[in-house]
Design a protein around this ligand. Structure first.
Ligand code: AMP
Length: 447
């Protein structure tokens, strides 16, 4: 095969995805592709079969969904052109949720079918026409045997969590499915681990696959001590941050991670306005030069605080960081390991301090599973004022908790409905919320 001159890919736009997908990605808050996405998306878009070794939390779902959405493009015909097999209904529902998120600006039709409930509604949806179907193996076969599902137009097939499929004894069903679908198709297999059974399956299923592996460094550096504070809301997080950074003796060079650009800005402005030391913020809205200059200044030691989103964090190579503060909990769990890896380098003892609200505690539980250890929790110091959670933030937290509960248990019926977002008027009101701008009120500084 001829070698193509390859431009380095760093952003979602570099993948040549269409506008509809790029808009949805932006709205989902994905600033930058994760490592598995960087590796897998170009290969899948080039039509290769893939064997991806990646755990949940690495962004693997979007890594295969985005190229599939590009390939399927728009609603066409009646029968599905892409099939995603998942071992459990919980995973099938999660994948379906991700498709809804990423395909929201397309007219692509999709659904998830799984057991545990009657097939009637699922059949009705199938009959209306579909482009992508997510399924557990048994329900797929059941509906296929009934003649409700036509699989002869499949062009792409994904086996997600293949190791779990093998553990659950789905090999016979998978073999049956492989017999009834078109031979000429693209195959993608994802698995967190590669036991012998999965290797065998991949040999049957994949043709000259490209192997892609992201190994989360699941064991945090030993020299890093980790602590966790449960903090009810944003304003109290700021109060806790303020309390901690008053310790100038120990917190000499600190990286503060936030999930959003907005929080990165709020935190860095707070530190600046209160004169706690030199601070720089790096995130997607800062130009490349500004980011480089900020990094250099931080490395040079003149700057005490660097506030960063995960996007900006990947390239950071700074030693002698005394503390990492996770102002927000990352939703890509591997990022936690990346974040805390910034401290405790060489023989420097470092500390990673994580702030989590009630909703974020669900993600902390998953991170603890990934790193195979519990992060010791400390009570909020008595000096830290605990603020009341504003209504909008309360709603956001409650909705996120619902979402997480539904993820863990698809039968959970929460107080909020999937589509029931915060009404627009309230969303707008939250812009003026004290949680975002209270630092501005406390300081009458002109800028
Ligand atoms: P997964 O490993 O597919 O289960 O994804 C884990 C989480 O990461 C999901 O909540 C995704 O919505 C989120 N995610 C996927 N890709 C990105 C990205 N590039 N940036 C930020 N979050 C992402």
């Amino acid at each position: 095969m001829a070698e193509e001159a390859e431009k380095e890919i760093t952003t979602f736009a570099d993948f040549q995805l269409n506008k509809q997908l790029l808009n949805a990605i932006e709205e989902a808050g994905y600033d930058k592709p994760t490592p598995i996405q960087l590796q897998a998306i170009p290969q899948i878009m080039a039509g290769h079969d893939i064997m991806g070794i990646a755990q949940t939390g690495t962004g693997k779902t979007a890594a295969y969904l985005l190229p599939i959405l590009m390939k399927v493009k728009y609603a066409q015909g009646t029968n599905p052109r892409a099939l995603i097999l998942a071992p459990t209904r919980e995973l099938a529902m999660q994948i379906e949720e991700s498709i809804s998120l990423l395909a929201k600006y397309t007219d692509i039709r999709h659904t998830a079918i799984y057991g545990g409930l009657g097939p009637k509604t699922q059949i009705e949806i199938i009959n209306k026409g579909l482009d992508i179907i997510v399924a557990t193996p048994k329900r797929l076969l059941e509906l296929y045997m009934k003649g409700e599902l036509i699989l002869k137009e499949l062009k792409t097939m994904v086996l997600d969590e293949a190791d779990k499929m093998m553990d659950m004894g789905f090999m016979p069903q998978i073999r049956q499915i492989l017999e009834v679908i078109p031979r000429k198709r693209q195959n993608l297999l994802f698995s967190a681990t590669m036991p012998e059974k999965v290797v065998e399956l991949s040999e049957e299923f994949l043709e000259f696959p490209t192997r892609i592996e992201v190994t989360p460094q699941a064991t945090p550096v030993e020299t890093v001590s980790q602590v966790l504070y449960q903090v009810p809301n944003l304003r109290t997080k700021i109060a806790l941050l303020e309390h901690l950074i008053q310790d100038t003796e120990n917190l000499k060079r600190v990286i503060i991670f936030t999930r959003s650009k907005k929080n990165a800005e709020s935190v860095s402005k707070f530190i600046e306005h209160r004169n706690y030391g030199e601070v720089r913020a790096i995130h997607g809205n800062k130009g490349q030069n500004t980011r480089i200059n900020s990094m250099e200044a931080f490395k040079g030691g003149d700057v005490r605080f660097l506030v960063a989103t995960d996007l900006a964090a990947r390239g950071i190579d700074v030693t002698m960081v005394s503390h990492v503060i996770n102002f927000d909990v990352p939703f890509v769990y591997e990022d936690y390991v990346h974040r805390i890896g910034r401290t405790g380098r060489a023989e420097n003892v470092g500390a990673a301090i994580t702030f989590a609200n009630e909703a974020e505690m669900y993600h902390v539980a998953k991170i603890e599973k990934l790193i195979r250890m519990q992060i010791p929790q400390l009570p909020l110091p008595a000096e830290v004022e605990v603020f009341k959670t504003p209504f909008d933030e309360q709603q956001e937290i409650a909705m996120e908790i619902d979402r997480q509960k539904r993820r863990d248990n698809p039968d959970f019926k929460g107080a909020f409905h999937e589509k029931k977002a915060i009404p627009r008027s309230r969303k707008a009101a939250s812009k003026k919320d004290p949680k975002v701008s209270f630092w501005q009120k406390t300081k009458k500084k002109k800028r």
